[in-house]
Structure formats: structure tokens, C-alpha cells
Design a protein around this ligand. Sequence first.
Ligand SMILES: [Fe+2]
Ligand SMILES: [Fe+2]
Length: 141
Amino acid sequence: MSDKPRWSEKYRFGIAEIDRQHQQLFAIFWELHTAIGEGSDLEKVNDCFDRLHRYVMTHFAYEEQLMTEYDFPQLLAHRQQHADIRDDLQALLSIYNETEESEVKLGIPHKVAEFLEEWLEEHIHHSDRQYALHLLDRGVS
Ligand SMILES: [Fe+2]
Ligand SMILES: [Fe+2]
């Protein structure tokens, strides 16, 4: 699993609360990955999956509130990206909650982990950076 994204300095924007939240996202993401890798402890996977899902929602709401407050010009496009990710996550969560069979159930967080891997790289590194630059310009730190 060494090729999975880890927090590194390239994700740091210099906005303390955002950097802290992104680090936390990577941390929960890794916990989920580890739990899946260990294989059978469905309760642990369940707990990580649930926390990751809730943390993503909280984080998006926080970012959108900041972008609104500082009149980020690409707010609508960014909000749409969040909405797409949120829809995909919620669809997977619904399947997960309705599934009884543990083999199938473990496959869902695995899909989520794959999906979020791309998101952590792409969304944070490229899209979040855009609003971060805007905020830094306004003196937010
Ligand atoms: Fe973010
Ligand atoms: Fe974002």
C-alpha cells in the first residue's frame, strides 16, 4: 500500500485550519485503508468508513462557507465538484448499509478508498489550491 497518497508538504497551503482538516482526511483515509488491508474486521472498517464520510461532509461545508465569505469567483464550480463527490459517496454508503453479506460489504469501502485516493490527489492538489491562493491573497492564514 506504499503507493497510496500520504500527507506531504505539497498539500500544505499555509492556511492552518484547512491544512489541519486535509491532514485529518488523509489520516482517516489511511485508517480505512489499513482496516481494509487487514481484511476481516468489519466493525473497524465500518467505523472508519462512517467517520471518513462524516468528515468529508464537514470539510466540504467548511470550505464552502470560507469561499462564500471571501467571494471566491469559482465557488459554483467548486461546489459542484463537492456535490458530485458527495453524491458518489452517499450512493456507495447506501449500498453499503443495505448489504448484509460481509464479502460484498468489504468491497464497498475498498471502492471508496480508490475513489478518494484520486480525490485526495486531484481535488486537494488542484481545485482546493485555487481557492487557497484566493484566500491567501486576502490575508487569510
Ligand atoms: Fe479540501
Ligand atoms: Fe474542496
